[in-house]
Design a binder for this molecule. Structure first.
Ligand code: Z5A
Ligand code: MG
Length: 226
């Protein structure tokens, strides 16, 4: 529509531990800024909020929580920011996000919680226009200085998480306007950055219309008889 502000794009970077998400998010942020695109960088978990502090303590094994309880907290940590994400997008600011709902589902389902149960609390969150999945075999990721000390940073777990991400990618790509792009994250930092920029430039052009919502069509409508 002429005269109206073009909305911002919602770009998510996902991937295994040590796949280079934070490094690439920082590089992409600079590229977008240099292209004069208003952009805001977010990261989940956002460890600064009250919920985020509980998550941080859990991840550092300073406290213990039921698997379902921590799953719901990770999701609540996204819902805390959902309306501000939508507002930014509507006002023309692009959101670049380091991890999102896909991490939430992949990690909890890899622990053994039912996949559909894991997805439920994230249904209706603002949906990314494009998810860049940084793919790397866990054995290669480990060589990048070894896994850290936090929970989940173990090779067996990372293998299961990778399989969950691959399933999520198949179920996400092509849903409405949503795109899932797998990037070979085993290449050099600069080559990965070039691959990402090529895809982002392509997808940014097509971003239009209202912000979509994650998996909304899968949710049972209200008042549906059992
Ligand atoms: N989690 C969850 O369970 N549920 C949820 O809903 C969410 C998350 C949102 C903390 O996440 C944990 O929370 C995470 C998932 C779970 N658990 N695990 N595992 P986090 O994002 O806070 O922390 P992280 O996953 O541990 O991220 P990371 O270790 O910071 O990895 P990264 O951001 O992908 O990588 P990086 O910091 O950019 O790079 C890591 C190292 O590799 C560094 O030395 C780089 O210089 C090097 N690197 C990066 N790229 C390259 C290339 N291309 N070549 C060579 N070396 C490279
Ligand atoms: Mg990181």
């Amino acid at each position: 529509m002429s005269g109206s502000i073009k909305r911002g794009a919602f770009i998510v970077i996902e991937g295994l531990d040590r796949s280079g998400k934070s490094s690439q998010a920082a590089k992409l942020l600079v590229r977008l800024q240099n292209a004069n695109i208003p952009v805001k960088l977010l990261k989940f978990p956002d460890r600064t909020t009250a919920i985020g502090k509980t998550i941080d303590s859990y991840l550092r094994s300073e406290s213990d929580l039921d698997d379902r309880a921590i799953h719901l907290l990770f999701s609540a940590n996204r819902w805390e920011l959902a309306s501000s994400i939508e507002e930014s997008l509507r006002s023309g600011t692009t959101i670049l996000c380091d991890r999102y709902a896909f991490s939430g589902i992949a990690f909890s389902a890899a622990k053994g919680l039912p996949y559909e149960w894991c997805r439920s609390p994230d249904i209706s969150l603002p949906a990314p226009d494009v998810t860049l999945f940084l793919d790397i075999p866990p054995e290669e990721a480990r060589e990048r200085g070894g896994y850290g000390q936090e929970r989940y940073e173990k090779e067996e777990m990372q293998k299961k998480v990778r399989a969950m991400f691959q399933r999520l990618g198949k179920e996400t790509d092509g849903r409405g306007q949503q795109r899932w792009v797998t990037i070979d994250a085993g290449k050099s930092m600069d080559t990965v950055a070039e691959d990402i920029w090529r895809h982002v430039k392509l997808f940014m052009k097509g971003v239009d219309g209202p912000v979509e919502r994650l998996w909304e069509a899968d949710a049972a409508p209200l008042n549906t008889p059992p």
